[in-house]
Ligand binder design. Structure first.
Ligand code: HEC
Length: 126
């Protein structure tokens, strides 16, 4: 009796461990892709959004995924949306799935450093 139970437990632990590892690997790959493809330049290093460029962190994965697919087909929803088309086209369908999931799981509240990166009001820059 104890042996099958032990085997069952180890099997389920293995499943959890594998899920954790693959999530960690996906996060690592998606962070690298996000920085390498220049997404951060427009959406911010935390995907927090800059100006009119939409925030992506913590948004629904299914919506992000549909929006990326639309953009890949050239369908935009704002006057400046066309700048995004080539970046969406550079992603494979699998990368779109993973990127949407990754972005949706990012923390909704930007870390404190985000604000520290904003210029001071009167530091002489515009
Ligand atoms: C040159 C600036 C720029 C870069 C670089 C860029 N984006 Fe975008 N992105 C935009 C703009 C502008 C929009 C709004 C598109 C629209 O209006 O349809 C957008 C929209 C999106 C959306 C849909 C969000 C929404 O609310 O509609 C996702 C998801 C997205 N970008 C992900 C990415 C990823 C991932 C990368 C890197 C591979 C990236 N973007 C690179 C400017 C950029």
């Amino acid at each position: 009796m104890t042996k099958p139970l032990f085997l069952m437990l180890s099997a389920s632990l293995l499943v959890f461990a594998t899920e954790d590892t693959s999530k960690a690997q996906r996060d690592k790959a998606m962070t690298a892709l996000y920085m390498k493809n220049g997404c951060s330049a427009c959406h911010g290093i935390y995907a927090e959004g800059i100006g009119t460029t939409p925030k992506l962190m913590g948004r629904r994965a299914d919506i992000l995924k549909e929006r990326l697919k639309d953009l890949k087909r050239g369908k935009t929803r704002s006057a400046f949306g066309t700048v995004m088309i080539s970046f969406a086209k550079a992603l494979s369908d699998d990368e779109i799935d993973q990127m949407a999931q990754y972005l949706s799981e990012l923390k909704k509240v930007p870390p404190k450093e985000t604000y520290e990166l904003l210029p001071d009001e009167d530091d002489g820059t515009s």
